[in-house]
Write a protein that binds this ligand. Structure first.
Ligand code: FMN
Length: 201
């Protein structure tokens, strides 16, 4: 696949088979993530690749705890067919997260323990790596999706993963072989999201 093939077809793939992902592919994903830039080249992004069923179950429980109320109103009354399709996939992921073979947790190692909005202070030094990982997964034919709802209780996640207290967990990326096909992403036209030189003129 060309870079464009990968970028333009890197959907959030939530429905994932239970088949194991070979360890060498997981290492390739983390190696790609680790090539990303970070502020002052700090290289403080950290990656926990969770395969243990008991630990996955605890992360899946955290996801359900926060995802269920977050989507409840839209599930009751999805405003568009497109939103309904996405919610169906989010519910599927919520019900099956513990069965997905790998949950990769992207973290940042701060100089001190962080709480509240402080958790996101250096998120910009982790998300380029997350995107690298998603693109690499797509190029390998693996399904993956960035998720954050499981991480609302940072103390709970630190306890589940035995993270040092200086770690903030920023993204859970369930990874495995996709159920169904990858489609192209659909985004707003660039005329809507860009201007040359000034926004209001
Ligand atoms: C910062 C961020 C947080 C996200 N959190 C979640 C999440 O908690 N659960 C989930 O199912 N998807 C989550 N997503 C995935 C988005 O819903 C998805 O990327 C978006 O709907 C576009 O999907 P598409 O690429 O398939 O078109 C998140 C994405 C980003 C960038």
């Amino acid at each position: 696949m060309t870079l464009d093939d990968v970028m333009y077809n890197c959907r959030a793939m939530r429905r994932i088979k239970t088949d194991e992902v070979p360890e060498e592919l997981l290492l390739e994903l983390i190696d790609a993530a680790n090539q990303a830039p970070s502020g002052s080249n700090s290289q403080k992004a950290r990656w926990v690749v969770v395969r243990d069923p008991a630990i996955k179950k605890q992360l899946a429980d955290q996801n359900r705890l926060h995802a269920a109320p977050y989507i409840a109103a839209d599930v009751q009354n999805p405003r568009t067919p497109k939103l309904k399709r996405m919610l169906d996939a989010v519910v599927w992921q919520m019900d099956h997260m513990h069965e997905i073979p790998t949950l990769i947790v992207a973290c940042f190692d701060y100089p001190e323990k962080v709480e509240g909005l402080g958790v996101y202070r250096s998120a910009g030094s982790v998300w380029p790596g997350i995107q690298n990982l998603l693109l690499k997964a797509r190029s390998l034919g693996l399904g993956a999706a960035p998720t954050t709802l499981a991480l609302r209780d940072q103390d709970a996640v630190r306890a589940i993963l035995k993270l040092p207290e200086t770690f903030a967990a920023l993204c859970v990326i369930p990874v495995g072989y996709p159920i169904g096909n990858f489609g192209p992403v659909t985004r707003k036209p660039i005329a809507e999201v860009m201007r040359f030189d000034e926004w209001n003129s």
